[in-house]
Design a protein around this ligand. Structure first.
Ligand code: AHM
Ligand code: MG
Length: 330
C-alpha cells in the first residue's frame, strides 16, 4: 500500500485550504458550500474537545451514574446541539436533519436561498462512549431540491449527495471527506487546532480478509450468510467488530474486507439508518473504489421514503463484497 509523505511543513494543507482549492477548481462551486464544510469541521473540533472530557465533566451523561448528582445531558444530544449551532448561521442551508430530531427542520426554502440539506448522525456509537472506544459523527450533504418535493426536499437517492463524510473521535480525531472527487483524510493537529490533510485520494485495498459484523446475530441474518461466514473462517479471514459504525467502517476503508449490518430478528429492516449512516458511508466507500450494497442493489440507488428509514448494509472492497453477494445469491 502506498503511503503519502508524512505531514510536514512542506505539504501542510488544512481542510479549509483544501476546500478552497477544490472550490477554485470548480468555478460554479459556491463559497457557501465551503462554509458548510468548514462549519462541520468546526463542530468536529468542539465535539472532540468535549469527548476528551467525558469522564471529567460531571454534566455529561455517558451512560453511567453521575456521582455528583448533577443533572446530566447525554453526549449525543450535546453533539447534536454543537452541530446545529455551528451550522446555524450558514445562510445557504435549507434543511437540517439529525438522528436526534424527530423531523428534519426546514430553515429556508429554495426561493429564500436554501441551497443545501445536511443530514447527520451527531454521535454514532454513543453507547461505547464510556468504554474508551472510538465514536463518530457522520454527515451527508444534498442539494436542496425543493422543486422535487417541497415538503421533503431531502428524500433523494444517496447518489445525489454532493458531499459526505465522517469524523472519528478515536486515538486521534480524523475527518474523512468526499465531495465526489475521491476520498481524503484529515487529522486534527491538537497543537494548532486544525484538520490537516494526511491521505489524499484514498483507495480501499482489494481482497482484504477481515469481516466486521455482529456475529451474535448470525442465526437470523438469513440464508447464505452462514455459508459465507464458514467460508471466511476456512480461508483465513479474521473478525474485527467494535460496534461503532464509524470506527468499523474506517478500518474497512483502510484495510479492505467487509463491514455488514444485515437484517436480524430484532431489526428486520436492518439497524442502520439510510440517510445519515448508510448513504454517506456508501458514498465514501464507492468513491474509494469499494461497494456499498443493501443485498438487493446498491445502497446509493435506494429512493428514501423517510428520514429515519433503516436499511441492511454491506460495505467493503469489491472482491469481498462480490464474494459475499455471490454466496447470498446461491
Ligand atoms: P446508534 O446510532 O444508536 O449509535 O447505533 C448505531 C450503531 C453503529 O455505530 C453500530 O454499527 C451498530 O449500532 C452496532 O449495533 P449492535 O450493537 O447491534 O451490533
Ligand atoms: Mg448512529
Amino acid at each position: 500500500m502506498e503511503h503519502p509523505p508524512k505531514y510536514t511543513a512542506d505539504n501542510l494543507t488544512t481542510i479549509q485550504s483544501f476546500i478552497l482549492q477544490e472550490a477554485r477548481r470548480h468555478p460554479n462551486a459556491s463559497g457557501e458550500f465551503s462554509w458548510l464544510l468548514s462549519a462541520i469541521a468546526l463542530a468536529g473540533k468542539v465535539i472532540a474537545a468535549k469527548i476528551r472530557r467525558v469522564h471529567l465533566d460531571p454534566v455529561l451523561d455517558i451512560g453511567g451514574d453521575n456521582v455528583h448528582g448533577e443533572q446530566q445531558k447525554p453526549m449525543d444530544l450535546v453533539a447534536n446541539e454543537i452541530i446545529i449551532r455551528c451550522l446555524g448561521d450558514r445562510t445557504d442551508l435549507g434543511l437540517l436533519g439529525s438522528e436526534e430530531e424527530a423531523e428534519p427542520v426546514q430553515l429556508r426554502s429554495a426561493e429564500e436561498g436554501g441551497k443545501y440539506s445536511v443530514l447527520f448522525d451527531p454521535l454514532d456509537g454513543s453507547a461505547n462512549l464510556g468504554l474508551g472506544v472510538g465514536v463518530g459523527t457522520i454527515f451527508s450533504i444534498l442539494r436542496h431540491e425543493q422543486a422535487l418535493d417541497a415538503e421533503a426536499p431531502h428524500l433523494q437517492i444517496g447518489r445525489k449527495q454532493v458531499a459526505a463524510g465522517y469524523i472519528l473521535y478515536g486515538p486521534s480525531t480524523v475527518l474523512v471527506l468526499s465531495t465526489g472527487r475521491g476520498v481524503h483524510m484529515f487529522s486534527l493537529d491538537p497543537a494548532v487546532g486544525a484538520f490537516v490533510l494526511v491521505r489524499s485520494d484514498l483507495k480501499i485495498p482489494s481482497g482484504g480478509k477481515t469481516y466486521s459484523l455482529n456475529e451474535a446475530n448470525a442465526d437470523s441474518f438469513g440464508s447464505g450468510w452462514g455459508d459465507w461466514l464458514s467460508g471466511c473462517r476456512r480461508t483465513g479471514w479474521r473478525s474485527r467488530y467494535i460496534g461503532s459504525m464509524v470506527a468499523d467502517v474506517h478500518r474497512t476503508l483502510l484495510e479492505g474486507g467487509v463491514f455488514a449490518y444485515p437484517r436480524t430478528a430484532r431489526h428486520p429492516e436492518g439497524k442502520l439508518r439510510l440517510m445519515y449512516e448508510a448513504n454517506p458511508m456508501a458514498f465514501l466507500i464507492e468513491q474509494a473504489g469499494g461497494r456499498g450494497e443493501s443485498g438487493t442493489g446498491p445502497i446509493l440507488n435506494i429512493r428514501p421514503t423517510h428520514v429515519h428509514q433503516r436499511v441492511p448494509v454491506i460495505l467493503g472492497d469489491p472482491v469481498g463484497v462480490d464474494q459475499l453477494l455471490n454466496t447470498l445469491r446461491r
